[in-house]
Design a protein around this ligand. Sequence first.
Ligand code: ADP
Ligand code: MG
Length: 238
Amino acid sequence: MSVELRNVTKRFGEVAAVYNVNLRVESGEFFVLLGPSGSGKSTLLRIIAGLEEPDEGEVIIGGRVVNDVDPSERDIAFVFQNYALYPHMTVYDNIAFPLRMRKVPKDQIHARVLEVASMLGLTNHLSKYPYQLSGGEQQRVALARAIVRKPRVFLLDEPLSNLDAKLRVKLRFELRKLLHDELKTTTIYVTHDQVEAMTMADRVGVINRGQLVQVGTPDELFEKPSNTFVAGFIGTPP
Ligand code: ADP
Ligand code: MG
């Protein structure tokens, strides 16, 4: 499903956290929203998810205005920076939870949990509790829980920022492979890390002070940054 933003603005008091953003993310595209801390990335992602309403403009997903669709019918999954697993549930139950909430038949839940666990290398951890897992494994469980419903739009807000550098690099490739190559979902991935953006994205949107300052492929941003902010930000190590 495509995701389209039309003239989206969101203010907190005097400050426009997001200002007049226009964007179309194509079906199946891996789109990275890149910007420094405080630039409006999370606010924009929450608006796309329908968790916040814009003051102006609208978000259209698969042809429908997000805020007009009942939350239970939105085909969107969201993974936050500080993902929280249910500590009193096993890995299996954490992953099964979104399906149980939707009253999916038990045998279907079982098949789907095993499938997703296998995709994310969690098969041997299903009976463990979150505290028995490493940070990277916990992050995989959060991802498994988000993809178990097979959402057609996947929104991730700095999902790797709490992990160590080595694991981050490994999961970059795994995530792109899973979401883009295997599930073929439409992904909007938020990060402040230029390397992450440049290595994962089909296209990158650079955001600064709430405004989308340039959208293009990683090559286009490297070769033709549209202004000094983009040039400086892309050229600076994180
Ligand atoms: P980022 O995710 O890029 O770090 P945010 O979207 O979290 O940026 O924030 C963008 C701006 O909006 C910041 O100036 C932030 O302080 C402000 N902001 C975000 N959420 C709120 C809120 N609920 N109330 C007031 N100000 C907010
Ligand atoms: Mg943020």
